[in-house]
Design a protein around this ligand. Structure first.
Ligand code: ADP
Ligand code: ZN
Length: 627
C-alpha cells in the first residue's frame, strides 16, 4: 500500500480540530490612502523571511520597530531587532495571510510605526515604456536565440550584455559547517551518501577498479526533511566546495538567460573540482517538456536542454556531483532521469517515531532542557512532523522560556510550543455566553464519542481556549505512526468528527446548530470520499477511481468520469456519512448524562487533560482499553 497516501491523510487529521470560524467577514482591511516615497516591494529581494505567527510574537515581544505594508496588506517588510538577530536591526519579509485584518488594529495597539504602500498608478511614461518594452524583448530574444543556437556544437558563446552572468547567485560555500552527525532519522539516505563522500575524497580507489560514480543524485521528498542538509553535509565531510542554487533562479523571463546561467554555473564548478552542485526545487527547471502553453515554456525548455548538455558534457565523472532536490519526481522530464544524468534516486521521507527522537536529540543538543522534558513523549505527539518542524518546535520552546525568564526549558514551554505549532496561537478566553456552552457541548461530544469507540485514538486534551481559527479544540494523541489505516479506524474518525455537530443537534435542537462545524464536515467528506475513490472501501468495489492528487484515473483513461460513475461516488459517500451520523447520534444519546457532567467541568476549568477526562468518565461508564 502506498505509504505516502496514508501519511497524507494521517497528517490531515492526527488531531481532530473543530473550527468555529463563523462567517468570514468580507472586510478587506480598511483602505489606507497614505502614500510615501518608500521603494516598491521587490518580490525578488533576498531579504530574510519570517512566518506570520513568528511576526506576531515579535510584536508581542516589542522587537518590531517599523512595518511597511504592500499589495493591499498581503506582504510586509518588517524592521526588527531581537536577541535572535544579534540585536542588530534587520529587514524581514512577512507574508500576511488573508483574513488577518486585525493586524492594523494590533499595530496601532502596540504603537508601531507603520505605513501602507498602494500599488503604483500607471503613469503616462510607464505606459509608453511598456509599449516599447515588448518589441525590445522581442528583438532581444531574437539576438539571443541566434547567439545561443550553437550551444550544442560545443561552442559556449558568451551571452550578450552578460545577462546570464550573475556570479553572486551561486553562493559557493567551502565550509557548510554541517556534518553527518547533525542529521538524524534518514539513515538510508545518509548511507548512500557516505559512499559519495569517499569517492570525493579518494577518487582513485574507484577509478582503479573501473567503477563509475553517479554524476547526478536526486533527493526526493517533502520540504523540510533534510535534503539541503544532506547535500551540505557531503560537501563538508568531503571538504569540497558546495554550490547552492534554487531551480527557480534559472527560470527567467528572457529566453536564454536560464541556459546561460546553467552554463556559467557548470563552468565555475568544473574549475573547482571536486565539488557539489546542489539544485533545490529542480522541478522548476526539469518539468516535463511541452507540458504547458505560453512563452515561458521555451525558456524553460532551453534551460533544461542546457542542463542535460552540461551533465552529458563530462563523460566520466571528473568530480562534479550534481545533487537535485524535489518533491515531485513524477513531473520531471524523463530525459533527466536517464543513465548518466540523475541516475540515482534517494527518497527522503518524513521521519518515523525513532527518526523523530533522533532529530529532536540533535536539536536539543545546545539547549538547556529541564529533566521533566521527555523527547520520546514529544516524538510520540508529533507524527507527520518534518525535521524542520521539529527543529522549529524546539526553537519556539526556547523562545518561550526566554520570554518567561527561565534558565531551563521545561515541559510547559515545550507543550505550549507544540500546541502553538499544531493549533495556532492561543487567543483570549470567551465570555460566558450561550455560544460558549454550545462549543463546550460540541467539543465534549467529540471527546466522548472518540473515547467510546475502540478504534479511535485517546483524548489528549479538551479546551475552550481559542487557537488559530478554532474557538474550541479536542486533541487526540496518535498512538504511533500508522502507515496502514483500517476501515474501522477510518469509520471511527468519521463518527468522532461528526459527533460535535451531532451533540449540538441533540442538546440544542436543529434550529440552533451553528456554522462552527464546517471544518469537521469538510474532513468527514474528505475521508469518506477517499474511502470510495481510492481505497476501494465501498460497494463500488476495489477500484481506484482517483490517485493521491485527486486526479481521476478511471478505467478507460483520461477525461472526465461519466456521469453515472460520479453519481455512484456521491451516493456511496452519502451512505458512509449517514451511517456514521447515526452511530454518533446513538452514542451521544446513550451518554447524555456523562456529556452534561464533562461540559460542566469544562466550562469551569476551560481545559481538561486526557487523564482528568478519563478519570471523570470512568466513574460512570467503562471505556474500552486502547492499544
Ligand atoms: P529540505 O531541503 O528537505 O527542504 P532542509 O534540509 O532545508 O530541508 O531542512 C531545514 C532544517 O530542518 C534544517 O536546517 C534542520 O535544522 C532541520 N532538519 C530537517 N531534517 C532534519 C534531519 N533529518 N535531521 C536534523 N535536522 C533536520
Ligand atoms: Zn468539531
Amino acid at each position: 500500500m502506498d505509504r505516502n497516501i496514508i501519511q497524507k491523510i494521517l497528517i490531515g487529521f492526527f488531531f481532530l480540530t473543530c473550527t468555529f470560524i463563523g462567517f468570514k467577514a468580507f472586510n478587506n482591511s480598511s483602505e489606507l490612502t497614505e502614500t510615501s516615497s518608500k521603494p516598491e516591494l521587490n518580490t525578488n529581494v533576498s531579504s530574510s523571511r519570517m512566518t506570520y505567527g513568528r511576526f506576531l510574537e515579535y510584536l508581542e515581544m516589542g522587537w518590531v520597530k517599523q512595518v511597511d505594508l504592500y499589495d493591499n496588506s498581503r506582504n510586509a517588510i518588517v524592521q526588527a531587532s531581537s536577541p535572535e538577530l544579534g540585536n542588530r536591526p534587520q529587514s524581514i519579509r512577512v507574508e500576511i495571510p488573508v483574513g488577518a485584518s486585525q493586524l492594523i488594529q494590533k499595530l496601532k495597539e502596540y504603537n508601531i510605526d507603520f505605513d501602507a504602500h498602494p500599488a503604483p498608478k500607471k503613469s503616462i511614461f510607464l505606459t509608453i515604456a511598456s509599449n516599447l518594452l515588448l518589441p525590445l524583448i522581442f528583438i532581444g530574444s531574437l539576438i539571443f536565440f541566434f547567439q545561443n543556437s550553437d550551444n550544442f556544437s560545443g561552442n559556449s558563446g558568451s551571452s550578450p550584455m552578460n545577462l546570464g552572468k550573475s556570479p553572486a547567485r551561486f553562493d559557493q560555500q567551502p565550509d557548510t559547517g554541517i556534518s553527518f552527525d547533525d542529521i538524524a532519522g534518514i539513515d538510508e539516505a545518509k548511507a548512500e551518501f557516505e559512499e559519495i563522500v569517499s569517492f570525493l575524497k579518494e577518487p582513485e580507489r574507484y577509478t582503479l577498479v573501473g567503477a563509475k560514480i553517479p554524476k547526478g543524485v536526486l533527493l526526493v521528498g517533502p520540504p523540510g526533511t533534510g535534503k539541503t542538509l544532506l547535500a551540505k553535509a557531503i560537501a563538508n565531510e568531503a571538504k569540497v566546495p558546495f554550490y547552492n542554487v534554487a531551480g527557480s533562479e534559472f527560470v527567467e523571463m528572457f529566453i536564454g538567460v536560464g541556459a546561460a546561467r546553467i552554463r556559467d554555473l557548470f563552468k565555475k564548478a568544473s574549475e573547482n573540482t571536486p565539488c557539489i552542485v546542489f539544485i533545490d526545487e529542480i522541478d522548476a527547471v526539469g518539468r516535463e517538456r511541452g507540458a504547458g502553453i505560453g512563452g515561458g515554456n521555451d525558456e524553460r525548455e532551453q534551460t533544461l536542454n542546457q542542463l542535460l548538455t552540461e551533465m552529458d558534457g563530462f563523460k566520466e565523472n571528473k568530480g562534479v556531483i550534481v545533487v537535485g532536490a524535489t518533491n515531485r519526481v513524477d513531473i520531471l522530464d524523463a530525459a533527466l532521469l536517464r543513465p548518466g544524468r540523475f541516475d540515482r534516486q534517494i527518497t527522503v521521507g518524513l521521519p518515523d517515531r525513532l527518526g523523530r527522537i533522533g532529530i529532536l536529540k540533535v536539536h536539543a543538543r545546545n539547549k538547556p532542557f529541564d529533566e521533566n522534558v521527555s523527547l520520546v513523549q514529544l516524538a510520540n505527539r508529533t507524527p507527520g512532523f518534518s525535521g524542520a518542524d521539529l527543529a522549529n518546535l524546539l526553537n519556539e520552546s526556547a523562545i518561550l522560556a526566554t520570554r518567561y525568564k527561565k534558565t531551563t526549558i521545561t515541559k510547559n514551554e515545550v507543550n505550549e510550543a507544540a500546541d502553538r505549532i499544531i493549533g495556532g496561537i492561543a487567543g483570549s478566553t470567551m465570555e460566558d455566553t450561550k455560544n460558549k456552552k454550545l462549543i463546550a457541548y460540541h467539543e465534549v461530544g467529540h471527546a466522548i464519542v472518540g473515547s467510546v469507540l475502540e478504534n479511535h485514538d485517546e483524548v489528549e486534551k479538551i479546551t475552550l481556549i481559542p487557537r488559530g481559527g478554532a474557538k474550541g479544540l479536542t486533541w487526540f494523541t496518535p498512538e504511533e505512526d500508522q502507515t496502514l489505516v483500517s476501515r474501522s479506524q477510518l469509520l471511527a474518525r468519521i463518527i468522532t468528527t461528526l459527533a460535535g455537530r451531532v451533540t449540538e443537534q441533540v442538546v440544542f435542537g436543529d434550529p440552533e446548530v451553528t456554522t462552527g462545524a464546517s471544518n469537521d464536515l469538510q474532513q468527514v467528506t474528505n475521508i469518506a470520499r477517499q474511502m470510495v475513490t481510492r481505497y476501494g472501501m465501498s460497494n463500488i468495489g476495489p477500484i481506484a477511481l482517483e490517485d493521491e492528487n485527486n486526479e481521476q484515473m478511471f478505467v478507460g483513461g483520461g477525461g472526465e468520469y461519466n456521469e453515472a460513475v460520479a453519481d455512484r461516488i456521491d451516493t456511496e459517500v452519502c451512505k458512509i456519512v449517514n451511517h456514521c451520523e447515526q452511530i454518533a447520534t446513538e452514542i451521544v444519546l446513550d451518554n447524555r448524562v456523562i456529556i452534561d457532567l464533562v461540559v460542566e467541568k469544562l466550562l469551569d476549568a476551560e481545559t481538561i487533560n486526557g487523564f482528568e477526562f478519563r478519570e471523570l468518565v470512568s466513574q460512570y461508564t467503562i471505556l474500552p482499553q486502547k492499544s
